[in-house]
Design a protein around this ligand. Structure first.
Ligand SMILES: Nc1ncnc2c1ncn2[C@@H]1O[C@H](COP(=O)(O)OP(=O)(O)OP(=O)(O)O)[C@@H](O)[C@H]1O
Length: 244
């Protein structure tokens, strides 16, 4: 049974079909990366997986059960966005933002554990998002999402707005957290090198459809589709075991 299964989903905005008959699966503790050029439908697929866009067809299954939005209960799917402002309330301190995400009954000192997990210090707990750097904000967004103990974590271009050195630090952090916590990850990026660094499998999208999918190593070394080859050619240096 997959942690996340997009089962032949179709999404339309008005008369425009943005996703058509898209099927993807992420196994428990697995990491799937979605790549594709701008407008290929990556973000729409991510938003559909969280129940943020209505489906015209198909269904989203979490642990084999249809995803349902339940008021007051933390979602089993947590999403981190490109802009941390979309994930963080500017009025809340870091500690309050993480505490709010913790499942009911968890001790308050869990907040410090999550801060430590993402490489932030106790001194950051009392700060608000405006008092943090972009990289620190993204670390808080990751801590908050993990604190909710989701079945699936989704990252949508989470490093795109950051400086290159900070991008690498965040990718390294996610890779370490995956090894330590073993969560299930759907990772959206236009950067196929970053996706290969972090993910076991890659799905390539074009025009709202799946072009090809398979193990990251296979897709990056021997793509079968010219479109995938073109995406790879657009990455100047695809270094072995390097995030950027
Ligand atoms: N709310 C919306 N209303 C109408 N069309 C939309 C809406 N959101 C996205 N689209 C269209 O859907 C298509 C897919 O957009 P989407 O953001 O999913 O692509 P993407 O691959 O994530 O692109 P990018 O890498 O630029 O973020 C695009 O043609 C976009 O213009």
């Amino acid at each position: 049974m997959s942690a996340l299964h997009l089962d032949r989903i179709t999404v339309r905005y008005g008369r425009v079909t943005v996703l058509e008959d898209l099927s993807l699966s992420v196994p428990w503790a697995g990491a799937l990366g979605i790549v594709g050029e701008s407008g290929s439908g990556k973000s729409t697929a991510a938003r559909a997986a969280c129940g943020l866009v209505p489906l015209s067809g198909g269904q989203v299954l979490i642990d084999g059960k249809p995803l349902r939005a339940r008021r007051g209960i933390p979602s089993p799917v947590q999403m981190i966005f490109q802009n941390p402002a979309a994930s963080l309330d500017p009025r809340l301190t870091v500690a309050a933002a993480i505490a709010e995400a913790l499942p009911r009954g968890r001790p308050a000192n869990e907040v410090l554990r999550y801060l430590d997990l993402v490489g932030l210090e106790a001194v950051h707990a009392t700060r608000r998002p405006a008092e943090l750097s972009g990289g620190q904000r993204q670390r808080v967004a990751i801590a908050r999402a993990l604190a909710a103990e989701p079945k699936v974590l989704i990252g949508d271009e989470i490093t795109s707005a950051l400086d290159v050195s900070v991008q690498a630090a965040i990718l390294n952090l996610l890779r370490r957290l995956r090894q330590e916590l073993g969560f299930t990850l759907l990772f959206i990026s236009h950067n196929i090198a970053a996706v290969r660094y972090l993910c076991d499998d890659i799905a390539v999208m074009q025009g709202g459809r799946l072009v090809e999918a398979g193990p990251a190593d296979q897709i990056t070394r021997a793509p079968t589709q010219p479109y995938t080859r073109a995406l790879l050619d657009a990455v100047p240096r695809l270094k072995e075991d390097s995030p950027c």
